[in-house]
Design a protein around this ligand. Structure first.
Ligand code: 5GP
Length: 221
């Protein structure tokens, strides 16, 4: 048996809001212990049911600015008027534990991760249709409220960045989308460049092959 050991990679799920990427990220983490969620810091006030440290780290604008100054965020962006950022410590700790850390962030943040963590896998989640997006944002086509209209306009713009990602997964049905993301990550994890002991394992197997060959060449009695 080979003892190849592959480094886990950070997984970025980005998409316009309303695409269902948070649900995909949560499902992935809940069903697979090899995945963990990156809890972002934000200045947005908590919504009903959201928990500090679970959904987000809810911080003041001042505390967030300090995180930027301390370089303790791998990336950050202003989204819909609030600040959001990925704490560096969470990403590093997850990797040290041998887990894939899942980042549920916006498109601007994903592009920053491309530079900050070249090893990361960037997946763009596609909404199946404009109508689904509207429904998921809780609006109605006749009288979309101001916030829903703003998010839809942002979505329209963000769709243009899909080509800059490594993979596209369509969120037509949750089960399928989660399975596709998982298979992308599994395939990505098995790149030779992610094997931390490739040379050593190749050397070991070559020695074993030499031994088998030598045995074969030995004169039989
Ligand atoms: P919401 O306020 O609806 O939870 O999130 C709004 C948007 O901010 C979503 O697109 C979400 O993915 C994004 N977001 C959440 N955390 C982060 C983060 O740490 N960095 C960036 N760049 N975007 C984030």
């Amino acid at each position: 048996m080979t003892g190849l050991s592959f480094r886990r990679c950070p997984v970025v799920l980005a998409a316009p809001s309303g695409t269902g990427k948070t649900t995909i990220a949560r499902e992935l983490v809940e069903r697979n212990e090899r995945f963990t969620f990156s809890v972002s810091a934000t200045t947005r006030p908590a919504r009903a049911g959201e928990q500090h440290g679970v959904d987000y780290e809810f911080v003041s604008e001042e505390a967030f600015q300090e995180m930027i100054r301390d370089m303790s965020l791998v990336e950050w962006a202003r989204v819909h008027g609030n600040l959001y950022g990925t704490p560096r410590q969470h990403v590093e700790a997850a990797q040290d534990r041998g887990q894939h850390v899942v980042l549920d962030i916006d498109v601007q943040g994903a592009m920053q991760i491309r530079t900050a963590i070249p090893d990361a896998v960037l997946i763009f989640i596609f909404p199946p249709s404009g109508k689904t997006l509207l429904e998921r944002l809780g609006g109605r086509s006749t009288e979309a409220d101001v916030e829903v209209a703003r998010r839809l306009r942002n979505a329209r713009q963000e769709m243009e960045r899909a080509a800059d990602f490594d993979y596209i997964v369509v969120n037509d049905a949750l089960e399928h989308a989660v399975a596709r993301v998982k298979s992308v990550v599994e395939a990505e994890s098995q790149r030779p460049s992610r094997a931390s002991n490739l040379e050593e394992e190749v050397r070991r197997l070559r020695t074993e092959i030499d031994e088998v060959l030598a045995e074969g060449e030995a004169p039989s009695e």
